[in-house]
Design a protein around this ligand. Structure first.
Ligand code: ATP
Ligand code: MG
Ligand code: FE
Length: 341
């Protein structure tokens, strides 16, 4: 099957054409960094307007790149949440309109499912179940991925997401926006052992995450005026990697049947994160799978692919389906904010 995927949940507008046998026929993406940079973060209203302007030309460009017409597409997959509601609505309504006009089925995709299944697009040997560390701008979770639409959350963050911590650290250190790549670049020129920083929740029984205390410690380290930004960045990144590793180790014995350790989401583009997890996987006799860097940060190929997986499983959605600003992957997971950790 040939799937058109649309993504517009945050500050990337994207369209892609992917087949169910893993061929990426086209993927186009328009970032909005320049529009948001003056504000040091994503401004929802600016994002929504930018999606409106960018989306149709990206879709037409992707169809042109692939050399196909809308009539040849088998289904249209659009992110329906979670994310900034104005942006999600732009992509979802566009997907609905195209589906209606062309008489094609609509597949409403959870953006997190896009991240969660993205490693299977480029690795045909990645089978269910696998242990997934989903680390992005808005989420930090450990999930047992048991199948398409079957996600068991083993852990989540009790405060900030990992990507959010990178972004806040970049802002505190004046490294620019977006923060993750900026911190990683600065860290290359710094000493990871220079600044003593905490490892929140390290060693605790439940595999949950916490990054708010780390961000505060970075703020104090900066105010102390003792260290170079590069040393703080390197020490911060080392602390994050340390926490991700410790929490993932804790989740390993709850990941029954998993033969692979997988990382996905924007923070999975970080080389230090990838290296540490690869070492952990190897030490535990697990395969390590991480998508190529471009597939880690937001894109539409992962939405088209999740759409292809859902379409193959028989899931399509009615045209009156609503956009959802919040949409947990595991609806049975309990809230953990501050509880018992
Ligand atoms: P979510 O997927 O939770 O809705 P999002 O879509 O905004 O959030 P992604 O696009 O998946 O998030 O990831 C963006 C995040 O990844 C940002 O917080 C960014 O700083 C972080 N990030 C991107 N590249 C890197 C990197 N090389 N190192 C660390 N963090 C990175
Ligand atoms: Mg982004
Ligand atoms: Fe994302």
């Amino acid at each position: 099957a040939l799937i058109l995927g649309l993504e517009s949940s945050c500050d990337e507008t994207a369209a892609a054409l992917v087949t169910s046998d893993r061929r990426i026929l086209a993927h186009r993406l328009a970032g909005q960094e320049a529009a948001h940079r003056p504000y040091g973060g994503v401004v929802p209203e600016i994002a929504a307007r930018a999606h409106v302007e960018a989306l149709m030309p990206l879709i037409e460009g992707a169809l042109g790149d692939a050399g196909v017409s809308l009539a040849e597409v088998d289904a249209i997959a659009a992110t329906a949440g979670p994310g900034l509601i104005g942006g999600v609505m732009v992509g979802l309504v566009t997907g609905k309109a195209l589906a209606h006009a062309a008489g094609k089925p609509l597949v409403a995709v959870n953006h997190l499912e896009g991240h969660a299944l993205s490693p299977r697009l480029t690795d045909p040997d990645l089978d269910f179940p696998y242990l997934l560390l989903l680390v992005s701008g808005g989420h930090c979770q450990l999930l047992l991925v048991e199948g398409v639409g079957a996600y068991r959350r083993l852990a989540t963050t009790i405060d900030d997401a990992a990507g959010e911590a990178f972004d806040k650290t970049a802002k505190l250190l004046g490294l620019g926006f977006p923060g993750g790549p900026a911190v990683e670049r600065a860290a290359l020129a710094g000493n990871p052992n220079a600044v003593p920083l905490p490892r929140p929740l390290k060693g605790s029984a439940e595999p949950h995450f916490s990054f708010a205390g780390l961000k505060s410690a970075v703020s104090r380290a900066r105010d102390a005026g003792t260290w170079r930004a590069e040393d703080i960045a390197a020490s911060f990144q080392a602390a994050v990697v340390d926490c991700l590793l410790d929490r993932t180790i804790r989740a390993l014995d709850r990941a029954q049947g998993a033969t692979a350790l997988v990382v996905a989401g924007g923070v999975a583009a970080n080389q230090a994160v990838r290296l540490a997890l690869e070492g952990l996987a190897t030490a535990n006799g697990l395969r390590f799978v991480a998508p190529p860097l471009w597939l880690c940060t937001d894109n539409a190929a992962m939405i088209a692919w999740a759409g292809a997986e859902r379409f193959a499983a028989g899931f399509t959605d009615p045209l009156d389906i609503a956009a959802r600003p919040r949409w947990p992957l595991d609806p049975d997971a309990e809230a953990v904010r501050g509880a018992g950790v």
